[in-house]
Design a protein around this ligand. Structure first.
Ligand code: NAP
Length: 289
């Protein structure tokens, strides 16, 4: 079958919006839908077709991307709001939200039962809002090999590369591994900064010393730079980080992951204190008070 030409993007939050903009920029015909109307309107001004419902968005699309908060939101769009039933014969559904392994299996079961002609790809992404804007994401894809060529122009439009992880579900598992590392890095940065504060060190001096350290990745350096500016607007919101660590812990014997379990408890309390919509780096501020 030919490569995907017409792409529907459902979910235009911090990630979906720049991903759709890049697909549009790559010259693919793009139709968008979002639950709230604002983000879709903005893409409409850039040349995307704006659909009134998930079902309308996907009717004539060769490839459909879902990029929403969690598994419940994916199910709501796909089943309750008629997306899956309305998809074109043999179309590809690239499920790119981070929903973990169990929900990915549930979604796969629904596709098998209701639309076995639809080809489901499990394709979450590594990288957050900045990388999404600059086409620097990495797609952690899994699913049937025979559609790789068909979906390639879409993934190439929104990401710097695609890693094919194996059979359906492997992409989501790999994403959980990636994000376990990420949440530990975020916590490490927050606790290191809090320690510097407790030891009476000057924050600027601590940040300056860490910036050049071989321990600090590009990602961590950017986070430290933002902490230095007291900039905590969401790139990777704390609530999404908590969701991701909980999705990972759901899959394993938590007695073997005591530090991640403790981290999840601490992040849960921070979310209950109203910090969930801020960037994970807000922990650095919270731990100093
Ligand atoms: N931010 C990151 O750094 C990052 C990186 C990689 C992967 N991810 C994953 O990518 C996904 C999206 O993240 P994001 O940062 O774009 O989140 P976000 O900015 O919070 O946006 C969430 C999106 O999901 C939609 N949504 C939520 N519940 C819905 C429902 N019940 N029905 C329909 N739409 C619903 C929202 O619609 P409204 O606008 O109407 O609320 C919005 O479009 C998540 O699974 C996240 O874990 C995030």
């Amino acid at each position: 079958m030919a490569q995907a030409q017409r792409v529907a993007v459902l979910g235009l939050g911090g990630m979906g919006q720049p991903m759709a903009a890049n697909i549009l920029r790559a010259g693919l015909s793009t139709v968008v839908w979002n639950r709230r109307q604002g983000p879709a309107r903005q893409l409409g001004e850039q040349g995307a077709e704006v659909a009134d419902s998930p079902a309308d968005a996907v009717r004539r699309a060769d490839a459909v991307i879902t990029m929403v908060t969690n598994g419940d939101a994916v199910r709501s769009i796909a089943i309750d709001q008629g997306m899956l039933a309305a998809m074109a014969d043999g179309a590809i559904w690239a499920q790119m939200s981070t929903i973990g392994a169990a929900d990915t299996e549930r979604i796969a079961g629904l596709v098998r039962e209701e639309r076995p002609d639809v080809v489901l790809l499990d394709a979450p992404v590594a990288g957050s809002r900045g990388p999404a804007e600059h086409r620097q994401l990495v797609v952690l894809a899994s699913g049937p090999e025979q559609v790789r060529e068909r979906i390639a122009p879409v993934f190439d439009a929104l990401a710097q590369r695609t890693v094919w992880a194996g059979p359906l579900g492997a992409g989501s598992r790999l994403k959980l591994v990636n994000n376990m590392l990420l949440v530990f890095l975020a916590e490490g940065i927050a606790e290191a900064m809090a320690l510097g504060h407790s030891l009476g060190l000057d924050r600027t001096a601590v940040l300056g010393a860490l910036q050049d350290s071989p321990l600090v990745s590009h990602w961590a350096a950017e986070k430290l730079e933002r902490i230095g500016r007291d900039e905590y607007s969401p790139q990777y919101p704390l609530s999404l980080g908590l969701k991701d660590v909980n999705l990972a812990l759901y899959e394993v014997d938590i007695d073997r992951f005591p530090v991640a379990t403790s981290l999840a408890g601490q992040w849960q309390r921070a979310v209950e204190h109203g910090l969930g919509d801020e960037d994970v780096t807000v922990l650095a501020r919270a731990l100093q008070h």
